[in-house]
Design a protein around this ligand. Structure first.
Ligand code: SF4
Ligand code: SF4
Length: 449
């Protein structure tokens, strides 16, 4: 993708994309996944699971729960790198949690170069920038509590299940997009096709690049998974230890002082960098839903900010991560605390290139006072209430009445044996014409008797 138009076409072509897919050959219809899906997007019919695409928010919870490995994460293939002259790796902060602390950041950078990337730029820089902007927004009046929008699953969950909380979302780009935007700004003078590759543990971010939230087109060209890159990186590190690679000159330098941004890899890290009172961290999709329900019911008071992360432990627990989430979380705590968290200011990236390239010796970062305008959402986040029964109000009311009548006849034990997550979901499926009363074996037997 050389320019914005190409990327717009790319987004359009992927407007129905999902990064969580089912392999029907592996599914045994055990119904485990339907119990854990936060949006009731899965049904088991004829012995196989099925995902309702319009409901799926790509949280990856079903990947974690399926005992047969029938749910798969989809990311972009490494061979896409071949289509670009200047390949930039954007490692998510949680990548460093996949490697023990005996692997240095410098070694991991060198390993990216050995794998064919020309440049590496830390998403942690974008996280530090997001920290600055969040602090500015929190000084302004507005709805409380504000909710972090860094996790795309949270944004999509709010669109679907908690639309009343949309105004509470932080209206800023996620750290990966802020970092990608900065990379493009700095490399604007070079010739050749630039490919920006986000290295991610997260299925929802694969989807978010194709269908961005709050802005029209992503600054990222492809998302590569930790699972695909971990072993090649580790091999390259070991090879470089025995025979250091020839030193190449790079346009983007590795920055020091990004520890507060690295902290965003785990739950609590964002709050540690923000250093604010009256804030709450919540991780794990079930806990997030519980907290949001409490907010909607006015049961939470005096909270200014919520760091909400869908994965257990934060991004280190992402469905495409390799290392055990608890181990990775501890590693990230050590890595992010090696410097005082109070210095949460994005260092200015330097560009040590010759003047002939058209890029100066040092490119100043976007000044803090302009960041809010540059990195804010440019499009509204709209509700996506998939629970709406019909756009025709009269018809929807009739369907709601039918559901109530059916619920009186169904056993109400939410056993899941019918292939729907609970009795209400089955009643809704019947009214929508997607299931039959006989799918409930208990109710069908009672009817027969
Ligand atoms: S958990 Fe879901 S996808 Fe996995 S085997 Fe059971 S029904 Fe199939
Ligand atoms: S990815 Fe999440 S929302 Fe989608 S089907 Fe799986 S559990 Fe449900």
């Amino acid at each position: 993708m050389t320019d914005r138009k190409d990327r717009m076409e790319f987004v359009h072509a992927n407007s129905q994309f999902h990064s969580v897919l089912l392999d029907p050959n592996l599914c045994v219809g055990c119904t485990t996944c339907i119990r854990y899906c936060p949006t009731q997007a899965i049904r088991v019919r004829d012995g196989k699971a099925r995902i309702f695409e319009e409901r799926c928010i790509d949280c990856g919870e079903c990947i974690r729960r399926c005992p047969k490995g029938a749910k798969k994460a989809v990311s972009d293939p490494l061979l896409l790198m071949g289509g670009y002259e200047c390949r930039v790796a954007l490692p998510a902060p949680s990548l460093y949690g996949q490697f023990g602390t005996d692997f240095t950041t410098g070694e991991i950078f060198e390993a990216f170069y050995s794998l064919g990337f020309d440049e590496v730029f830390d998403v942690a820089w974008g996280a530090v920038k997001a920290t600055e902007i969040t602090r500015e927004i929190l000084k302004l009046p507005g709805p409380r509590p504000r909710i972090s929008s860094a996790c795309p699953v949270i944004v999509r969950l709010i669109q679907q299940r908690f639309p009343s909380l949309i105004p509470n979302l932080m209206p800023i780009l996620p750290p990966s997009e802020i970092a990608a935007m900065e990379v493009r700004r700095q490399l604007a003078g070079i010739s050749g096709k630039i490919g920006v590759f986000f290295i991610s543990p997260c299925t929802a971010k694969v989807t978010a690049v194709r269908m961005p939230l709050g802005f029209p087109t992503s600054f990222i060209d492809a998302v590569l998974s930790f699972q695909d890159l971990f072993l090649p990186l580790k091999k390259a590190i070991n090879a470089n230890r025995s025979k250091p690679p020839a030193r190449k000159e790079h346009l983007l330098q590795r920055m020091e002082g990004l520890e507060p941004g690295l902290g965003w890899a785990r739950s609590d890290g964002e709050l540690e960098a923000l250093h604010i009172d009256n804030a709450v961290t919540v991780d794990g999709i079930g806990n997030v839903i519980e907290l949001f329900e409490a907010i909607e019911n006015d049961a939470i008071d005096g909270i200014d900010y919520i760091e909400a992360l869908a994965c257990p432990g934060g991004c280190v627990g992402g469905p495409m991560a390799v290392e055990n989430a608890h181990v990775a979380r501890t590693t990230m705590r050590i890595r992010s605390q090696s410097r005082g968290v109070e210095k949460a200011e994005a260092p200015s990236p330097t560009v040590p290139v010759s003047a002939s390239s058209g890029i100066g010796a040092k490119t100043e970062s976007v000044p803090a006072e302009k960041s809010l305008a540059i990195y804010s959402w440019s499009e509204p986040i709209l509700p996506k209430p998939v629970q709406v029964l019909d756009n025709d109000m009269a018809k929807a009311l009739m369907m709601a009445e039918e559901i109530d009548i059916l619920l009186e006849k169904l056993p109400g034990i939410d056993c899941g044996a019918c292939g729907a997550p609970d009795c209400h979901a089955l009643a809704e499926d019947i009214v929508r014409g997607m299931a039959s009363f006989e799918d409930c074996i208990i109710a069908a037997r009672q009817k027969k008797e």
